[in-house]
Design a protein around this ligand. Structure first.
Ligand code: HEC
Ligand code: HEC
Ligand code: HEC
Ligand code: HEC
Ligand code: HEC
Length: 308
C-alpha cells in the first residue's frame, strides 16, 4: 500500500523506488518516466501487472489480490494453469482427522462415502471435485466453473449492490437477487446443480428413491433411473463442458442408480433441486407440464460444448 502511494506522489522518484522495491519488477508499469509513469502507477489494476498472470514472483501481495484475473472480464479467459500459478496452496489443504469436539472423520460416514465410487479417506473439497478418480471420470470442473470472480471488497464473486433507484444490480442470469455475501462462489449456480434434492415432483414420483428403487431394479437392470431415462424421458442430457456425458452413461448403464442418484439427490445439501434446462428429446409429449413452463431449452451458453 505504502509504496503505491509514494509512487503516485512524485513521479521523479519513481525509478528509484521501483529499483528499491524488489517486489515490483521492472516492466510492470510499461514505459517508466515523467507524467505517464505517475498516471499508470495510479491505476495498477487497469491491466494485468504480472508479465505472466501466473507468475507470483512478479507482483506484490496487494497487486496480486487485486489482479484483474479475479474480475470480469479477465476471469472468463483464465485457465486453471493461470490460477494455479499463484494458488498451488489449494492442492495441499487437508481436512481434520477429528472434529474439534473429537469425533473422528473415519467413524462418521455419509451415504455416498459408503459407495464404491468414493475412493480413499476424506479429502479436501478441491481434490474431491477435481482430482479424485470418480471426479475425473464423470466431471471436468475448471476453477472458473465455480469461481466467477473474487472481489476482496465485496467478498463475493460479483457486485451485490442496489442502484440509485433501489433496483438490484446483479450479474447473474434470470435477475437473481443479490447474492449471499462472504461466500466465495455462488452456490445456487454451482453446488445446487449436483447437490440438490431428488426432483421427484418433476417426475410424478412419490416417496424416497431408496424405497422406489426396489420395485424398479433387478440384476438384469441394476439402474432404476434408466427404467424411464434410457428411452422415454429427457434423453438429451449432460451436453456441457463441465461434465463427461459419455462416461456418465457408460458408468450408469454398467453400474447402479447410485451414479445418477449421487448427483440428483444422493448428496443433497439442499431441500430444493436445480431448475435444469429442459432439452427437447425425440418423441417428447407436446404438452408442457406446469413446472417446466419457465425452463430454458438449452444449457447455459458458457457451458455449451463445441457442436459436433
Ligand atoms: C498473480 C497471482 C494470482 C493469480 C493469477 C490468481 N490469484 Fe487468486 N488471489 C491471489 C492473492 C494474493 C489473493 C489474496 C489471498 C488471501 O488474502 O488469502 C487471492 C485471493 C483469491 C481468493 C480468495 C481467497 C481467500 O482466502 O480469501 C480466491 C477464491 C481466488 N484468489 C481465486 C483465484 C482464481 C479462481 C484464479 C484464476 C482465475 C486466481 N485466483 C488467480 C493471487 C492470485
Ligand atoms: C466445485 C466448485 C469449485 C471448483 C471447481 C474450484 N473451487 Fe476453489 N473454492 C470453492 C469453494 C466453495 C471455496 C470456498 C471455501 C470457503 O468459503 O471457505 C473455494 C475456495 C478457494 C480458495 C480460497 C482458499 C481456500 O482453500 O479456502 C482458492 C484460492 C480457490 N478456491 C482456488 C481455486 C482454484 C485455483 C481452482 C481450480 C484449480 C478452484 N478453486 C476450483 C469452490 C470451487
Ligand atoms: C458437477 C457436479 C458437482 C458440483 C457442481 C459440485 N459437486 Fe460436490 N460432489 C460431486 C461429486 C460427484 C461428489 C462425490 C465425489 C466422490 O465420491 O469421489 C461430490 C462430493 C462433495 C462433498 C463430499 C466430500 C467428501 O469427501 O465427503 C462435498 C462436501 C461437496 N461435494 C460439496 C460441494 C459444494 C459445496 C459445491 C459447490 C461449491 C459442490 N460440491 C459442487 C459433484 C459436484
Ligand atoms: C418412473 C419413471 C422415472 C424414474 C424411475 C426416474 N425418472 Fe427422472 N424423470 C421422469 C420424468 C417423467 C421426468 C420429467 C420429464 C419431463 O421433463 O417432462 C423426469 C425428470 C428428471 C430430471 C429433471 C428434473 C427437472 O426438474 O428438470 C432429472 C434430473 C431426473 N429425472 C433424474 C432421475 C434420476 C437420477 C433417477 C433415478 C435415481 C430418475 N430420474 C428416475 C421419470 C422418471
Ligand atoms: C456428476 C454429476 C451427474 C451425474 C453422475 C448425473 N447427472 Fe444428470 N445432470 C447433472 C447436471 C450438472 C445437469 C445439468 C446439466 C446442464 O447444465 O445442462 C444434469 C442434468 C440432467 C437432466 C436434465 C436433462 C435436460 O433436459 O437437460 C436429467 C434428466 C438428468 N441429468 C438425469 C441423469 C441420469 C438419468 C443420470 C444417470 C444416467 C445422471 N443424470 C447422472 C449432473 C449429473
Amino acid at each position: 500500500m505504502r509504496s503505491a502511494l509514494v509512487i503516485s506522489v512524485a513521479s521523479g522518484l519513481f525509478l528509484a523506488i521501483a529499483a528499491l522495491n524488489g517486489a515490483i519488477g521492472p516492466g510492470s508499469f510499461g514505459a517508466p518516466g515523467g507524467a505517464q509513469a505517475a498516471e499508470t502507477a495510479q491505476k495498477p489494476a487497469a491491466k494485468p501487472v504480472a508479465a505472466k498472470p501466473g507468475d507470483p514472483a512478479a507482483v506484490d501481495y496487494l497487486r496480486a489480490q487485486w489482479n484483474p484475473i479475479h474480475f470480469k472480464p479477465a476471469i472468463d479467459k483464465a485457465t486453471d494453469a493461470d490460477c494455479l500459478g499463484c494458488h498451488q496452496e489449494i492442492g495441499k489443504a487437508k481436512p481434520r482427522d477429528a472434529s474439534p469436539a473429537g469425533v473422528k472423520a473415519a467413524d462418521t460416514q455419509a451415504w455416498y462415502q459408503t459407495l464404491d465410487t468414493y475412493e480413499g479417506a476424506q479429502a479436501d473439497f478441491h481434490w474431491r471435485h477435481i482430482s479424485s478418480p470418480f471426479a475425473k471420470q464423470v466431471m471436468n470442473l475448471s476453477c472458473t466453473f465455480c469461481h466467477q470472480g473474487n472481489d476482496p471488497r465485496e467478498e463475493s464473486p460479483h457486485v451485490t449492490a442496489t442502484d440509485g433507484k433501489g433496483a438490484i444490480q446483479t450479474a447473474w442470469e434470470r435477475n437473481e437477487p443479490p447474492f449471499t455475501l462472504r461466500k466465495m462462489v455462488n452456490p445456487s449456480e454451482t453446488c445446487l446443480r449436483c447437490h440438490g434434492a431428488f426432483p421427484a415432483t418433476s417426475m410424478g414420483l412419490e416417496g424416497k428413491w431408496h424405497e422406489l428403487r426396489e420395485g424398479m431394479e433387478s440384476p438384469d437392470a441394476p439402474n432404476g433411473c434408466l427404467t424411464c431415462h434410457a428411452d422415454q424421458f429427457r434423453l438429451v442430457r449432460h451436453q456441457v463442458n463441465y461434465l463427461r456425458p459419455d462416461a456418465i452413461e457408460k458408468l450408469a448403464a454398467a453400474g447402479s442408480s447410485d451414479t445418477c442418484f449421487g448427483c440428483h439427490g444422493g448428496r443433497a445439501w439442499y431441500r430444493i433441486s436445480y431448475p435444469y434446462p429442459r432439452h427437447d428429446w425425440k418423441d417428447m409429449p407436446t404438452e408442457i407440464p406446469d413446472w417446466a413452463k419457465d425452463r430454458p431449452k438449452q444449457s447455459d451458453a458458457r457451458f455449451l460444448t463445441k457442436t459436433k
